[in-house]
Write a protein that binds this ligand. Structure first.
Ligand SMILES: Nc1nc2c(ncn2[C@@H]2O[C@H](COP(=O)(O)OP(=O)(O)O)[C@@H](O)[C@H]2O)c(=O)[nH]1
Ligand SMILES: [Mg+2]
Length: 317
């Protein structure tokens, strides 16, 4: 079936059409731009929530519970699970799959696992496209589960309306290193596995750190959950909604959507230029000549690279 035929079905929320379009977009073929540019007009309505944190903290369990809760409330939910560690620790990935497939059966729920390809630890371009497709398919809420902080953390912040950091008792120490920037890490902090010893201390530590920084419009919430027993999830949803209301009232909701469009513009421009460059480079006599000279040792690779890129830019048509 052609992608043009799949679009109306996607618009109607048909999971099969969604699944097929995601696969086509993931394949990065020429159809990708055609599909994405058409669905763009339908995006911007979904509430995008990023869940991040170290492996094993309970992100998938929380996501599971939250999806169940939201589905019961009649909301349409999409989940994107990006776990770069999964190809190496196959078990966890499989675990996620098995746990999450039972949810797929719920009406309105759609779950996609992606092993992040591309940049190591980065949120793959495909993940961002999948989020757009879920949004276009009419999901009310899109949850993105990713591992880790650092670079991924920054990327998830750019993509999500609300960022949630999941940690466990005792791990608060690791967060100490982010002390100065703690406000920037997440909008909501979760101390999961709260039935364990030390949960209250970790909550106190986090709240203390947060109280030491200059107050902003939103003081990040610190919540306790026991995802295994589905405890604290209703409170999590309340905090998420509270944050969403603030985003809408303050104009950040719209600003976030404009920023996202700008990110797409920039990233896709780079991608197109790079593709064109690579295609031309492969058949370029100049590159071959430069390679030979680098091989011979008569030219250093830095000078050669500069020369080639200057040449490409000067001769672009
Ligand atoms: N004791 C306890 N274990 C939990 C809780 N939430 C999740 N787990 C367990 O922690 C492990 C890792 O959970 P998972 O959701 O896969 O973590 P992720 O790597 O962050 O996605 C699993 O064995 C879960 O069953 C909790 O609240 N208490
Ligand atoms: Mg997980």
């Amino acid at each position: 079936m052609s992608w043009t035929e799949l679009l109306p079905a996607l618009r109607a929320g048909d999971p099969l059409a969604l699944s097929r379009l995601i696969s086509r977009v993931e394949n990065q073929g020429s159809e990708k731009v055609q599909i994405m540019k058409t669905v763009f007009a339908w995006t911007g309505k979904a509430y995008i929530v990023g869940l991040t944190g170290p492996p094993g903290a309970g992100k998938s369990t929380i996501t599971n519970g939250l999806v169940e809760l939201l589905a019961e409330k009649g909301l349409k939910v999409g989940v994107v699970c990006v776990d770069p560690s999964s190809p190496f620790s196959g078990g966890a990935f499989l675990g996620d799959r098995i746990r999450m497939t039972s949810l797929d059966a719920k009406p309105g729920v759609f779950i996609r696992s992606l092993a992040s390809r591309g940049s190591l630890g980065g949120l793959s371009a495909a993940a961002k496209d999948v989020v757009q497709l879920l949004d276009a398919a009419g999901k009310d809420v899109v949850l993105i589960e990713t591992v880790g902080m650092g670079q991924v953390g920054d990327e998830i912040k750019k993509l999500a309306d609300t960022t949630v950091l999941v940690t466990v008792p005792g791990l608060g120490d690791g967060i100490q290193t982010f002390k100065a920037g703690i406000m920037e890490i997440a909008d909501i902090f979760i101390v999961n596995k709260a039935e364990r010893e030390g949960a209250d201390e970790t909550v106190r530590d986090l709240e203390m750190m947060l109280s030491e920084v200059e107050p902003k419009k939103w003081r990040p919430r610190v919540l306790k959950t026991c995802a295994l027993r589905k405890e604290g999830l209703e409170e999590l949803w309340e905090s998420l909604q509270e944050h969403r209301r603030l985003l809408e009232q303050s104009g950040q909701w719209m600003a976030q959507r404009r920023n996202r469009a700008n990110t797409i513009l920039l990233e896709n421009s780079k991608e197109h230029v790079l593709e064109k460059f690579q295609r031309e480079l492969e058949k370029d006599e100049l590159l071959l000549g430069m390679r030979r000279r680098v091989d011979e040792g008569s030219l250093d690779p830095y000078t050669a690279a500069l020369f080639i890129s200057e040449y490409f830019l000067a001769n672009r048509t």
